[in-house]
Design a protein around this ligand. Structure first.
Ligand code: NAP
Length: 276
């Protein structure tokens, strides 16, 4: 049941993660990201997704420090970047992220892209989890074969896989695989990187419900049981993207959006991502 922005999903280790959070890729360090995070928290968002790559962890941290919301009520996620992977390098990268974010712990630490050294990176994440420095660990952009390889040596199964997921790229086999392993899927680019209005079907379904194409896309993801982190630095859109709990898509509407899959990536392919 979807009830509101406070909805959570229970990860494999019992930790509760918001189903809908705020993405911050390309939210500029300083004022932009600070305002976006402050606005989101004020509106009831409790999940914030950043990464060392985004160069905005200090702004995210400043917004969290200034917000009238206790740190423990926020689910804060960051990621280890490609050139920080490997066992020792990841442990050092984690400390730098914490320092920039001004926090003692992360709620979720993710491997940003699969790389040859990811099994070593993963051992570092397992250690951080065991030491209580992070509440949950996961991966991003892992296709089935990346997960299979990681699981050959992993002691802890990733709790989350954050990957590109939207009406034009659905990868239903990957979603089923994650569900089978009790890995919670998290959709990035849920708004097709701002191109949702180009999809006439989303606009038309939205009109029926008095909702925007963006709201239909987010609702479709949530109704599939997938969590997501739409990004915006625009206050009205941050509010719009969370206003998806007062309508629901019918079985026919869900199927119609399922039918929009065209295997189109708006970001890099996980097998062809530049080495560093
Ligand atoms: N793990 C990974 O490898 C990975 C990769 C990519 C992204 N991510 C994460 O996932 C988050 C979401 O993905 P994303 O940022 O790439 O794409 P997205 O959320 O699909 O799209 C963001 C774009 O949509 C615009 N937008 C926001 N709300 C809108 C609305 N209601 N109507 C129309 N346009 C709207 C934003 O503009 P304004 O900001 O100007 O409002 C921005 O240009 C990222 O921010 C990041 O946290 C992770």
């Amino acid at each position: 049941m979807l009830t509101g922005i406070g909805d959570t999903v229970t990860l494999a280790n019992g930790v509760e993660m918001p189903r809908l959070g705020l993405g911050t890729y390309k939210s500029a360090e300083g004022g932009d990201v600070e305002r976006a995070v402050a606005t989101a928290l004020e509106l009831g968002y409790r999940g914030i997704d950043t990464a060392s790559l985004y160069g905005n962890e200090e702004g995210v941290g400043a917004a969290l420090a200034a917000a009238p919301v206790p740190r423990e009520e926020v689910f804060l996620a960051s990621k280890v970047w490609n050139d920080e992977q490997g066992y020792d390098a990841t442990l050092a990268a984690f400390e730098r992220s914490l320092e920039r974010l001004g926090t003692e712990y992360l709620d979720l630490y993710l491997v940003h892209w699969p790389r040859p050294e990811t099994p070593d990176t993963w051992r570092a994440l397992e250690r951080l989890l065991a030491e209580g420095r992070v509440r949950a660990i996961g991966v991003c952009n892992h296709l089935i074969h990346h997960l299979d390889r990681l699981l050959e040596s992993a002691e802890v199964v990733p709790m989350v896989n954050q990957y590109e997921f939207h009406p034009w790229l659905q990868q239903s086999g990957l979603l089923g695989h994650c569900e089978g392993l009790d890995i919670v899927a998290q959709a990035w680019a849920p708004l097709m990187k701002g191109r949702v209005d180009e999809e006439a079907k989303l606009v038309a379904i939205g009109k029926r419900h008095g909702k925007s194409a963006a709201q239909v896309a987010i609702r479709w993801i949530l109704q599939h049981g997938v969590t997501t982190i739409p990004k915006s630095v625009t206050p009205a859109r941050i509010a719009e993207n969370a206003d998806v709990f007062d309508f629901s898509l019918s079985v026919e509407e869900m199927r119609a959006i399922d039918g929009l899959d065209r295997g189109e990536r708006l970001g890099p392919h996980p097998d062809r991502f530049p080495a560093r």
